[in-house]
Ligand binder design. Structure first.
Ligand code: AMP
Ligand code: ZN
Length: 496
């Protein structure tokens, strides 16, 4: 059987055995989107990584509570402590209510997630829905002497935190002195005792749209505080896994760690997991750099960098083909290869679902083939257990696919695998592809319609009505499907 799961913990900078605090339960928190704009493909990569982790943990038997928040206040332009709220800014630009901005882009986010077959989390809390918890957290930090009020805003006191045994910078590996040198002279720094101190609560400027009453001012919470409050509220003061994109390591997660440790007196998270960036020509894909694609641009091919349209499952396959801790560079060549690879798997899915075990007289079990199937299944688990190495996992799926294709072409008989190994091949291929990797078949028509068309195709062929036969072929082709005229039967398949 496969080895236990290991994950790379950013905090310790090594792969560690995954041991949940309270098995079989697992608490997983992932920083969700700031809903001020359409999600781009880079965002999708991060959510897809953690979707795969969620699916895998569930598959191996854990009962996962997956919390992924919606940031609907407090994330300022530039990711710092000063400047406009991203949502408030968009509300002014579009001349609508901030909550209309939130609703519009939350709807878009959920629709995009569903398109990529990314499962909804167990809880999807919002920052504005947890104002009481955030104000309480600020109060608690002030009470412990780890935060101070200044001109209606409240800041976390990094020097005090470190003096009391904290180690700000330990997660991201940043050194305080270097950070100090990098700190720009921004407005609002004058309110801070130390330029690195970060905002827990901000007094709202008169033009600021989103504001709540608090003991310190009419204002709004700092960006980092919401995740501390929402993660611990639903998962406990210490929980198993915290995830997000690499770019959130600092300052966002560093600040979350400091806040959680200060409020509860213990490290808030056991395993910090970070997924790497989707890049374009080596540069991080981001809205502000103007090099981002929206999912619908990809599906229609309507972007100057795209040579053709790509389907959601092609993109999912493309992303899973690289390890989540490596950067992944967008390219048409890689996507075209992914399209081929994905369609080969999708064909395998169709075939194996249609095959049933039938014993055959005189066909002996082939031990070598049985061992190869068993090994590919074990190696798939070993790959996923090795810090969720989906790239190696996919290679094992292709080993299994080889057998499915041989069965389909009658090159081997199911009896050569034996009933048990045939069942293992079938179950594993379907579960690995659909349940763990989240890859599903994509077709415009239902199978019933396509099967009906195939019946017509057979009839026209027998009647030698070749113009009709060609029309039916074109009908399939328009959906990127092909008709396979094999010696022993006629079937359709995804065009590879
Ligand atoms: P945001 O809405 O900007 O807060 O980002 C939502 C999530 O997407 C965060 O976890 C980011 O780390 C992640 N993200 C942003 N850009 C990229 C990118 N180019 N590649 C991968 N993840 C990204
Ligand atoms: Zn967060």
């Amino acid at each position: 059987m496969a080895q236990p799961l290991k994950v790379y913990n950013t905090l310790t900078r090594q792969k560690e055995l995954f041991e949940p605090i309270n098995p079989p339960y697992v608490g997983l928190y992932v920083c969700g989107p700031t809903v001020y704009n359409f999600v781009h493909l880079g965002n999708v990569r991060t959510f897809l990584t953690f979707d795969t982790l969620f699916r895998y943990l569930t598959h191996i038997g854990y009962k996962v509570r997956y919390v992924r928040n919606i940031t609907d206040v407090g994330h300022l332009v530039g990711d710092g402590d000063d400047g406009e709220d991203k949502i408030g800014r968009m509300a002014k630009l579009e001349k609508i209510e901030p909550m209309e901005v939130v609703q519009r882009y939350t709807n878009d986010f959920r629709a995009v997630m569903a398109t990529f077959n990314i499962l909804p989390p167990s809880i999807e809390p919002t920052a504005t829905g947890h104002m009481v918890e955030q104000i309480d957290a600020v109060r608690s930090l002030i009470g412990k002497g780890l935060a101070y009020e200044s001109n209606g805003s409240v800041y976390f006191d990094i020097a005090r935190y470190n003096a009391q045994g904290g180690s700000y910078g330990k997660l991201s590996g940043r050194v305080l002195d270097d950070l100090l040198n990098e700190t720009r002279d921004l407005d609002g720094q004058a309110e801070k005792r130390n330029p690195l101190d970060f905002a827990l609560w901000k007094k709202a400027a008169p033009e600021h749209l989103m504001r709540w009453p608090s003991p310190w001012s009419n204002g709004f919470p700092g960006w980092h505080l919401e995740c501390t409050c929402m993660s611990t509220k639903y998962l406990g003061k210490q929980f198993d896994i915290h995830g997000g994109g690499m770019d959130l390591k600092f300052p966002h997660h560093e600040c979350e760690l400091a806040q959680g440790q200060s409020i509860y007196g213990e490290e808030p998270v056991r395993y910090w997991l970070h997924s790497n960036m989707l890049t374009v020509n080596g540069q991080k894909m981001s809205k502000s750099l103007g090099n981002s694609f929206l999912p619908h641009e990809l599906f229609t091919g309507s972007h100057h960098l795209l040579e053709q349209a790509y389907s959601p499952m092609t993109v999912r396959f493309f992303m899973l083909q690289s390890h989540y801790r490596s950067t992944l560079d967008f390219s048409n060549e890689a996507l075209k290869a992914a399209q081929k690879g994905y369609r080969r798997l999708a064909n395998g899915l169709r075939i194996i679902k249609s095959l049933e075990y039938t014993p055959a007289e005189g066909v002996a079990a082939d031990e070598k083939k049985q061992q190869e199937v068993r090994k590919a299944v074990d190696d798939f688990y070993a790959a996923l257990n090795d810090d969720l190495n989906t790239a190696v996992g996919i290679a094992q799926l292709f080993s299994l696919l080889k057998y499915i294709n041989m069965l389909n072409l009658n090159q081997i008989q199911a009896a050569a695998l034996g009933e048990e190994v045939f069942g293992l091949l079938k179950d594993s291929f379907i579960r690995f592809t659909e349940n763990i990797l989240g890859l599903k078949e994509e077709k415009t028509d239902t199978s019933a319609v396509l099967d009906g068309m195939l019946t017509l195709y057979r009839e026209y062929k027998e009647q030698k009505q070749y113009d009709k036969v060609d029309q039916i072929r074109s009908y399939f082709k328009a959906q990127s499907l092909v008709i396979k005229d094999m010696k022993h039967r006629i079937d359709w398949a995804y065009e590879e």
